[in-house]
Write a protein that binds this ligand. Structure first.
Ligand code: RIB
Length: 315
């Protein structure tokens, strides 16, 4: 791991899941059974994935969350530690299993995911206190929606009040978020589906993403970034909007590409890069991640991202 000096710490507050991943030629329709080709048990969870993405890129990263008192929980914590994440904020639930995600991935890398939160569902005030106790000046906080929404809102509110940069990945989507929530978010990063659910607009391309991002800014977030996958990303703030084109790579597994993006974005911002450059870097981190199977396993090193940005796509 290449270490890059950064005085800021990235704090990830959220879920840890064990991913139960089936590879299949195509995703089943409702009521249909298909024969898969491979099965693997792999570390995941949107929170833990974002923590691994950031730590693997060399910025000091902490994780706050909860696992069950079981083999999956112990393995997930070990995996985070192996990636260099500070796990002192991860507690073990007195009862209830570790969160799991049942994932199907087809041969072009598209996926469906069902998450059963388990211990993630118990993340609450104790974890919010752990988060805020650990915050330093200028730190960044990454949130997602795989722990209870009231807890996410409390974490955002408290971190924002302490001057942290709050980056929220609204996944899985909630369609009715309280208006006051948006004002506690510095950067909101929905994907196409989540942007549609949040705004009521049918987001399908750059133009509709620009409309959705603009609406989210008007609702109070400082910056809205709509992640469009193969179409890149659209960014809006109070001063206007721009489209960041994608890097042309061959995807084999898009699981956690959004998490890679958020981890990369936080790293670039922690290093003091401007928003446009940070989004370009995040795009490259996400592109590198879809070329490798698995969630945390696919998070790239800095040298892989640099090679991709320079055009050496075989790395
Ligand atoms: O974003 C990908 C993640 O979503 C998977 O790792 C799975 O655990 C679900 O949380």
């Amino acid at each position: 791991m290449t270490s890059v000096p950064s005085p800021k710490t990235i704090h990830v507050f959220g879920s840890l899941n064990m991913d139960l991943v089936c590879r299949t030629p195509r995703l089943p329709q409702s009521g249909e059974t298909v024969l898969g080709t491979d099965f693997a048990t792999l570390p995941g969870g949107k929170g833990a994935n974002q923590a691994v993405a950031a730590a693997r890129l060399g910025v000091a990263t902490t994780m706050v969350g909860r696992v069950g008192n079981d083999a999956f929980g112990r393995q997930l914590v070990q995996e985070l530690q192996g990636a260099g994440v500070d796990t002192s904020g991860v507690t073990t639930a007195a009862d209830g299993p570790t969160g799991v995600a049942a994932i199907a991935v087809d041969e072009v890398g598209h996926n469906t995911i069902v998450v059963v939160p388990g211990a993630n569902g118990g993340v609450g005030d104790e974890e919010v206190k752990r988060l805020t106790d650990g915050l330093g000046p200028g730190d960044l906080v990454l949130l997602q929606f795989e722990v209870p929404l009231p807890t996410v809102m409390a974490a955002a509110q408290a971190a924002h009040a302490q001057g942290a940069t709050v980056i929220v990945d609204p996944a899985p989507a909630h369609d009715h978020l309280p208006p006051e929530f948006f004002k506690t978010v510095n950067i909101l990063t929905p994907n196409q589906t989540e942007a549609s659910q949040l705004t009521g607009l049918a987001v399908s391309d750059v133009a509709t993403a620009q409309a959705a991002a603009g609406q989210l800014v008007r609702r109070g977030v400082a910056v809205a970034i709509v992640k469009l996958g193969e179409q890149g990303a659209v960014v809006a703030d109070g001063g206007g909007s721009f489209h960041q084109p994608p890097l042309p790579v061959k995807a084999i597994d898009t699981v956690a590409a959004g998490d890679a993006f958020n981890g990369g974005l936080a790293v670039a911002l922690a290093e003091g890069r401007a928003l446009k450059e940070a989004v370009a870097f995040a795009n490259a981190v996400a592109a590198a991640s879809v070329m490798v199977s698995g969630a945390q396993a696919s998070m790239p090193t800095r040298s892989r991202v640099a090679a991709l940005q320079m055009g050496l796509k075989h790395l």
